[in-house]
Design a protein around this ligand. Sequence first.
Ligand SMILES: Nc1ncnc2c1ncn2[C@@H]1O[C@H](COP(=O)(O)OP(=O)(O)OP(=O)(O)O)[C@@H](O)[C@H]1O
Ligand SMILES: [Mg+2]
Length: 314
Amino acid sequence: MTNPLDVKSSGRINVVLNKAQVKRASTDWFVSEEEQKKHEILARFEKKLSAYVGLEDIKDLVKELYAWIYVNERRKEQGLKCSKQVLHMIFKGNPGTGKTTVARLIASFLHEMNVLSKGHFLEVERADLVGEYIGHTAQKTRDMLKQANGGVLFIDEAYSLSRGGEKDFGKEAIDTLVKGMEDHSTEVVVIIAGYSKEMDYFLSLNPGLPSRFPISISFPNYSTNELMGMLVNMVKEREYVLSNECYLEVKDHIQTVRNEQAATFSNGRYMRNLIEEAIRLQAVRVMRQGNYSKESLELLRSEDFSFQSSRIKS
Ligand SMILES: Nc1ncnc2c1ncn2[C@@H]1O[C@H](COP(=O)(O)OP(=O)(O)OP(=O)(O)O)[C@@H](O)[C@H]1O
Ligand SMILES: [Mg+2]
């Protein structure tokens, strides 16, 4: 990927989108303005997604889902059969790679496309599904499916359901879930998410599961350049400006932290926490200096970054 950053000698960072990115950010299927308007929902979601670095598989999935739903409507007009599809998904990836963020976006996309009647997002974990006595788990899991009806049920760290082996109530939660997903009276998209290795192990323990989740997306770790792209977007969105020197120091720091933390590095969340801490430290510096000019309020300097990874919660 080409680095979208142009470090100007003025000490400011300018975001320069290269041609490929501009093309991707626009709805490249539809050339005329009229076509763009006709496919306004897709154009809007592609624009939202273009604010995220990488995530090419998700960008393709949204396009695919849109085309399928749109073509189905045209088929209906011609009196042809419209297929229903199972849209349950598996999201695999390390911390902070965007799984939850994307799942929320998918919920609202499917709502706007009339696939989901409510489009709400219900995030649950083991404790929400697994009960403490016989019969309790099935009831809890069914309740969650009911609450999620019309929206997305997002099960984070899904592998924790098979933590305790055969005798654990987690197994009952999985069985109830599978049964509920196949019950045609429920209209819910279930997304199970978690770290890649654990998810693969979980799916291997439950051979009936993978085929029930036909859409599987991997969220790879971001490269240093991609993380810096995220940082620049976050800075811009919050109406701050990074000094040139600061950009290079953050980049060095990110390279080090990625090596040090390897499997536990929290990608986008780390970048968000880094920038939010810098904003707090900048505020302290600005107050101390008492300079409230626009430039001073905007500028983030190296000294505003503590670079102590232990202080930045992942
Ligand atoms: N590709 C991306 N571009 C820009 N920001 C991103 C991207 N991926 C993640 N982020 C940001 O990183 C933060 C964490 O993302 P999110 O909570 O979706 O990750 P996650 O994969 O669900 O993490 P976890 O596995 O720890 O729950 C959010 O602020 C999100 O906006
Ligand atoms: Mg998450």
